[in-house]
Design a protein around this ligand. Structure first.
Ligand SMILES: Nc1ncnc2c1ncn2[C@@H]1O[C@H](COP(=O)(O)OP(=O)(O)OP(=O)(O)O)[C@@H](O)[C@H]1O
Ligand SMILES: [Mg+2]
Length: 331
């Protein structure tokens, strides 16, 4: 059964079409990944689904309930951890959870019970009585996750749950999310990390400029790109039409699956790329174009993204501000 059904969803801010006509469904029990670069429309979509923003047009159904028609009904069923941390730094971890539980209408004793259980799940029992302001980035992010769980939602919405975390904390978060999913929780998460989408998502939608460019399981998507890729970049002092000359030579090559000419490179998709390098170099050589760089890659989500958007998604190289410094900036 589809737990989330989105049809022709649009959201504009003035002239900006943040969400530009997207449709997708999320089956119950899966981890659904929403992968895209900065400004793609991930947060805008998630905020509509958890009823914090209203769409310009289109429909979104969560757990059988229309988000626009019955936001309160949806809120009872969804847990949400925003992109920026929602914890109160002056309260302890446990107090944060209890407060959240009370906001969701739990009785005091019940909120305390749930808080203790969740602290166990997110491995924060030992620091439960410490001020959350003293938590590390990874601990703060886990507390965010805990807050989203306090009212036992059917589905969890997590907006970039690991952005700003170091690799060790990121992997720890993946373990918590997998465990929650194994216990039956449906998870909708946004991410800018290819590796995260590949590791966690059963189904993945790649979003760019407010549109879904491709959707499927990571395995399907990788299979769909047509084998290994060989990226060819002409040397910088080459002739202006080098790319065209290279593309023509590659199109003449037998047994390739596709040849694409991009802004600064030509990409050849073919099976068993490693055994074809010498042949490719010879063919380029014969055209007289000087090759600047050659790169062989196995199918990866990086390649999938490149193929479907013509751009690279390389946020792994960018260091986002730490959560604590972002907090300081806001206060
Ligand atoms: N309240 C707003 N007012 C005006 N423009 C907005 C508003 N919220 C979002 N936008 C614009 O909508 C587009 C999508 O933004 P959104 O925050 O959904 O992207 P995102 O995929 O979450 O990006 P990031 O990875 O940086 O968090 C961007 O161009 C953004 O500038
Ligand atoms: Mg965002």
């Amino acid at each position: 059964m589809a737990l989330i059904e989105v049809t022709d969803l649009y959201k504009s801010f003035g002239d900006v079409r943040a969400v530009d006509g997207i449709s997708f469904t999320v089956e119950e029990g899966i981890i659904f990944g929403f992968l895209g670069p900065n400004g793609a429309g991930k947060t805008t979509t998630i905020r509509i689904l958890v009823t914090l923003a209203e769409q310009t047009s289109g429909t979104a159904i969560v757990g059988g309930i229309d988000v626009a028609a019955n936001p309160r009904g949806v809120r009872n069923r969804v847990g949400y951890a925003a992109q920026a941390t929602g914890i109160d730094r002056d309260l302890t971890g446990k107090e944060n959870l209890i407060l959240q539980g009370r906001l969701h209408g739990l009785a005091k004793a019940e909120a305390q019970r749930e808080a203790d259980a969740i602290l166990e799940v997110i491995s924060l029992s030992e620091v439960a009585d410490r001020r959350a302001g003293t938590y590390s980035g990874g601990m703060a992010r886990r507390l965010d996750l805990g807050q989203a769980l306090i009212h036992r939602p059917n589905v969890l919405f997590l907006d970039e749950p690991t952005t700003g975390l170091d690799p060790q904390n990121r992997h720890a978060m993946w373990t918590y999310l997998r465990k929650l999913n194994d216990d039956g929780m449906t998870i909708f998460l946004t991410t800018q990390y290819l590796e995260e989408a590949d590791e966690l998502a059963d189904t993945l939608a790649i979003i760019d400029n407010g549109r879904i460019v491709v959707e499927g399981s990571p395995t399907e998507l990788k299979r769909g790109i047509g084998g290994d890729s060989v990226t060819l970049v002409p040397s910088s002092d080459g002739a202006a039409d080098s790319l065209e000359v290279m593309a023509t030579a590659m199109r003449a090559l037998p047994k390739t699956n596709a040849v694409e000419k991009l802004a600064e490179s030509v990409v050849v998709y073919l099976e068993d790329g490693g055994s074809r390098i010498a042949e490719i170099v010879r063919a380029i050589d014969a055209t007289g174009v000087q090759l600047g760089r050659l790169e062989l890659a196995e199918p990866s989500l990086d390649q999938v993204f490149l193929k479907h958007t013509g751009a690279r998604l390389r946020v792994e190289d960018v260091k986002p501000p730490s959560r604590m410094s972002r907090n300081r900036m806001r206060t």
